[in-house]
Design a binder for this molecule. Structure first.
Ligand code: SAM
Length: 322
């Protein structure tokens, strides 16, 4: 079935409140699926909808594919498509659908932690359906499902792929690239073009809290492609872009927390001077800041957006050590 036929066949009506704009251009879906290593890897797809991108991912035979989808109706449609053989799961792929909010979802680190997390997770009344594969028996016991789900995440490395709802782009990026202890190796995310431009500092955007925070947490960030609004049903008001994020293997949680707290304080009132923002928010005496600014050849009139990441790091080190 093509996209229009699927939408019609399952009577799908996009829910605006869940950011449902379905990408219906197969060439772009292929480009997204080709932009990270999938074959033989653990993949997490956020917001699969009716499974347009899911199908492209499955064709590349991941070791496991976990889908996290908030909309019950979409989960029901995904299950129906699988049962009707409209979506084919390769027998080597461990396939899981998690019904719930991705912002509350934690990919597991190790088995004991997994079981703890899974129990909490069930208490929160999440639902999960597992097809270990079409050829193996599917189970109904809750405990077995938890174990099955956990066991293939014992090896913790995974990557994320998603056409996510615009309204939670930043929370998703912060969650996966900063907050989670177990961060993805790679992420490819379709987002609002304006947010992509802001992250990459294109089209006249200067440094921002978002661009600096992501630069800090990633080894590299690249633009994969632009996606015009006409490629979606329903068409959003704005164009999109697809960005690729690679994990920074040297990510240091203590340094990251410090970096985020100082930069967020610096941007608290972006039009005001950086020095005043830091003094007022972090309660650092102004004389102390004047001294650091002088040592680092920073103008006292500088604004947060004018400092590149290296200068922020120098400033933080200076404030920490003197
Ligand atoms: N991936 C599909 C595609 O490319 O056509 C659908 C993309 S649509 C922009 C976003 C999807 O994310 C929807 O299916 C929506 O229900 C789901 N979603 C919205 N909020 C979510 C959340 N907090 N956690 C998980 N999924 C969410």
């Amino acid at each position: 079935m093509n996209h229009l036929e699927i939408l019609r066949h399952y009577g799908i009506r996009a829910q605006k409140s869940l950011g449902q704009n379905f990408l219906v251009n197969d060439e772009i879906l292929e480009t997204i699926a080709n932009s990270i290593e999938i074959t033989g890897r653990n993949i997490l797809e956020i917001g699969p909808g009716y499974g347009a991108l899911t199908e492209k991912i499955l064709k590349k035979k991941p070791k496991s594919l976990t889908l996290v989808e908030l909309d019950k109706n979409m989960v029901r449609i995904l299950r129906a498509r699988i049962e009707e053989w409209d979506i084919i799961i390769p027998k080597e792929t461990v396939f899981t659908i998690v019904e719930g909010d991705v912002l509350k979802y934690t990919p597991w680190k190790n088995l004991s932690q997994n079981l703890e997390d899974s129990k909490k997770w069930w208490n929160l009344s999440w639902k999960s359906s597992i097809w270990a594969s079409r050829t193996e028996d599917s189970t109904t016991s809750e405990e077995t499902e938890i174990w099955t789900q956990s066991s293939h995440f014992r090896e913790s490395s995974y990557s994320v792929i998603a056409n996510i709802p615009y309204y939670i782009t930043s929370p998703i990026l912060f969650r996966f690239l900063h907050e989670l202890e177990n961060k993805p190796e790679e992420m490819v995310i379709l987002m609002q073009k304006e947010v992509g431009d802001k992250i990459l500092r294109k089209k006249g955007y200067n440094n921002s809290y978002l661009s600096l925070a992501l630069e800090f947490s990633c080894g590299s960030i690249e633009e994969i492609c632009l996606v015009e609004k006409g490629n979606f049903i329903p068409a959003p008001k704005i164009d999109s872009s697809v960005l690729y994020f690679q994990k920074n293997p040297e990510y240091d949680t203590r340094k990251a927390k410090l970096f985020l707290s100082v930069t967020s304080a610096g941007f608290i009132a972006p039009r005001k001077k950086l020095l005043s923002n830091l003094a007022n928010t972090l309660h650092i005496p102004k004389e102390r800041l004047h001294m650091s600014f002088e040592q680092l050849w920073l103008l006292e009139t500088a604004r947060a957006e004018e400092l590149w990441i290296e200068k922020w790091k120098e400033l933080i080190e200076n404030l920490e050590n003197t």
